[in-house]
Write a protein that binds this ligand. Structure first.
Ligand code: CAO
Length: 427
């Protein structure tokens, strides 16, 4: 016998609702009480259960459609031995006839129907906390049981409805967070649905650097100290040296001066030139000064290590920097040139920008970021006047497990002092 499921009176003055989810399709078997579809009104969402057991013949509505009380929703080929409507039972009872074929218990479908309405009522009662949150009753129920605030989840369903997948994803995310594992967002998205796209493969360098940066970001509590150093006189010295060196094909930039200055401060503050032991129970202080220098190459970011910076002159460092950055860009570095650094400098000064937060290069505990110097008006008390000064922005990121904030501020302060004293660059 073919039966039509009609939209029941939803009560609470609701005359209709939008179909947000159709859970069955033609050919599928359903049992009495199974949820057929989910409706969403502007106040609540509710499940519509089946009053029959049988096979779905036809789904008469589709997702997004508005349905009104009494609208036919689904046609079911009902199994003969499970006549289920309350009307049938009432009729049978009135006639006081014996029902030879066992009817389904009327209470069950009524319970289900009333539970749909209960869901509706519950949702409305919760409206203080769930206002404008669209989710199916099942999702709401689970969220309630797990004490999850649905407002914290963004829904991927129609009209932003929170789906079971969204809830599961959120639970997974929270579990990963509490277990220390940081989840990656690996959901495949078809970006071409919004416009033209092209796909570029990541280089090997991109992947290796990406993993290292991710690991450092996850595992090291970073703090970045910002400061400025007055390099007015240093710039004059640099230009003088540059003029002579250029004749020999050597370009003298700020970087060698920064490297020498950093080493001077590292010697005074050895914790910045250390690493945590693998069991994190001790600090390994290094009495050698190999500086990593971040180089921007077409294949991605590479950080070669310039060895024994304290034993080299500005000109030697300039020459070595030119050579090593050229070979980094040509992918001609030896493995030994990529390891062993004790502190890193990342200079974006040749490009621009003011400040940035560099990520520490493990197993080191600090990295100095340098941005483009600019002229600023500084108050000179002795002349009671403002004078132009060439100021270099510094961004020092450090591992807060090893270095305290006071030491971080002292480091950049000392660095500024060292760069002002030109005697530090005599050889
Ligand atoms: N302020 C003002 N000018 C600066 C400057 C600064 N802080 N730093 C460099 N300059 C000038 C240089 O003096 C040079 O000008 P002149 O030739 O007229 O003297 C010009 O800018 C270009 O310098 P450069 O960047 O080529 O050379 P460098 O020695 O300063 O840096 C290198 C070399 C390899 C570090 C750089 O080329 C590079 O790749 N930088 C990018 C690093 C990077 O991507 N870091 C981000 C990592 S994310 O943490």
């Amino acid at each position: 016998m073919v039966k039509e499921v009609l939209l029941p009176d939803l009560g609470e003055g609701i005359e209709g609702a939008e179909v947000s989810e159709v859970l069955v399709g033609p050919g599928e078997s359903v049992s009495d009480g199974d949820t057929l579809l989910v409706l969403e009104s502007d106040k609540a969402s509710m499940e519509i259960p089946s009053d029959y057991s049988g096979e779905i013949l036809e789904v008469l509505i589709s997702t997004g459609e508005e349905v009104k009380t009494g609208s036919p929703l689904i046609r079911i080929d009902v199994k003969e031995d499970v006549i289920v409507t309350k009307e049938d039972i009432d009729v049978n009872e009135n006639k006081e006839t014996q029902i030879s074929k066992k009817p389904k218990e009327p209470k069950k479908s009524e319970d289900k129907r009333s539970s749909a309405l209960n869901n509706l009522t519950n949702v409305e009662h919760q409206s203080g906390s769930s206002d404008h949150v669209f989710a199916t009753p099942g999702v709401r129920r689970l969220a309630r049981e797990l004490k999850i605030e649905l407002h914290s989840i963004s829904g991927s369903g129609p009209k932003g409805r929170i789906t079971k997948d969204d809830l599961n994803g959120y639970i997974q995310f929270k579990m990963n967070l509490s277990s220390g594992k940081i989840p990656t967002i690996k959901r495949e998205i078809d970006f071409s649905q919004w416009g033209d796209i092209e796909t570029q493969k990541l280089t090997r360098v991109n992947k290796i650097t990406g993993n290292r940066l991710q690991e450092a970001w996850n595992e090291i509590p970073h703090v970045t100290q910002f400061d400025k150093a007055d390099i007015t006189e240093l710039d004059l010295l640099r230009k003088k040296l540059k003029k002579d060196a250029i004749k020999e094909g050597i370009n003298v930039t700020f970087l060698p001066f920064l490297m020498k200055s950093a080493v001077a401060v590292l010697k005074e503050m050895p914790r910045f030139n250390s690493s945590l032991s693998h069991d994190e129970q001790s600090l390994i202080l290094k009495n050698y000064y190999n500086l990593g220098v971040a180089v921007d190459t077409p294949a991605g970011l590479i950080v070669p290590s310039i060895k024994n910076v304290d034993k080299k002159t500005i000109l030697e460092l300039s020459e070595e920097l030119m050579d090593i950055s050229k070979r980094a860009r040509e992918k001609k570095l030896k493995p030994s040139e990529l390891t062993g650094s004790t502190f890193t400098i990342s200079s974006l000064g040749g490009i621009g920008g003011s400040y940035f937060s560099p990520i520490i290069n493990p197993p080191e505990v600090a990295i100095l970021g340098v941005s483009r110097a600019s002229w600023e008006a500084a108050y000179d008390q002795s002349q009671n006047n403002f004078v132009p000064r060439y100021m270099l922005p510094l961004s020092l990121s450090y591992d807060h497990r090893v270095i305290d904030g006071a030491a971080g501020a002292a480091f950049t302060n000392k660095l500024g002092t060292v760069m002002c004293d030109l005697s530090n660059f005599q050889n």
